[in-house]
Design a protein around this ligand. Structure first.
Ligand SMILES: [Zn+2]
Length: 241
């Protein structure tokens, strides 16, 4: 019986690692998918900032061209003002000059706002470009690390599965069924060590009579609290496991 218990303890150790590796394997695709999210968010922000920058630059160029036209008209009006022969010509030229100056002033106010915005956006796009590059670089390193880890996990799962099969062949059929039954209902842990009379998984103190029986190592017993198979872990027989 002691040999069967030792087998179960070894099987449990393998199954515990297998359980963790399988959890890790399940989590990897989601972690990989998450990796691109930040870079994608930065890319969207960057596209938006670039589009606005383009629009602001275009409006600025338009206004500058409009101002050129106004200045040409102003120069002509000033010439007409100088060479005006009649009051009417003089007033007309004067009015056109006033109008042109007002338009220039209003355009210049808008131009100033556009230039400030353009400067802001240029700063923003270069910051976003830097961030995007850094985040993409990080993500690609992390992707490589995770992909390698996935291969490692897969290999380790295969190795431990073979080891598990070898151990299972040696365990008594009914005991193995019992073990698997409990394991599936108890978060992967079916075997619990007892130290100082206490179940190390559920932390319940065994009744003294049961602990005495357990120390005889002549049968497989269960924890009356968590239902797991228990063994006296302080016994010499388990010291090398
Ligand atoms: Zn227990």
């Amino acid at each position: 019986m002691i040999e069967q218990l030792r087998l179960l303890v070894r099987l449990q150790a393998v199954d515990k690692i297998l359980f963790e590796l399988e959890e890790e394997r399940k989590a990897i695709p989601a972690r990989l998918a998450e990796l691109s999210l930040e870079a994608e968010r930065l890319e969207r922000e960057l596209t938006q900032a670039k589009a606005e920058l383009e629009e602001v630059t275009r409006r600025r160029r338009e206004l500058e061209e409009a101002n050129e036209t106004i200045r040409t008209r102003l120069r002509r009006a000033e010439n007409r003002l100088m060479s005006a022969k009649t009051q009417r010509e003089y007033r007309a030229a004067k009015a056109e000059i006033e109008e042109g100056k007002d338009a220039l002033k209003s355009n210049d106010d808008t131009l100033l706002e556009l230039m400030e915005r353009q400067e802001e956006l240029e700063g923003q796009t270069s910051r976003l470009e830097e961030q995007h590059q850094a985040v993409s670089q990080q993500a690609s390193e992390e992707r490589e690390r995770l992909t390698n880890r996935a291969t490692e996990v897969e290999r380790e799962i295969q190795r431990l599965t073979r080891k598990r099969e070898d151990l299972c062949r040696e365990v008594d059929r009914r005991l193995l069924q019992q073990y698997d039954f409990i394991r599936q209902r108890r978060q992967g842990i079916a075997v619990a060590p007892v130290i100082g009379g206490t179940c190390q998984i559920c932390h319940m103190q065994l009744p003294p009579q049961q602990f005495n029986e357990l120390q005889r190592l002549d049968k497989v017993m269960s924890c009356s609290s968590c239902g797991r198979l228990i063994y006296w872990a302080e016994a010499e027989a388990f010291a090398d496991l």
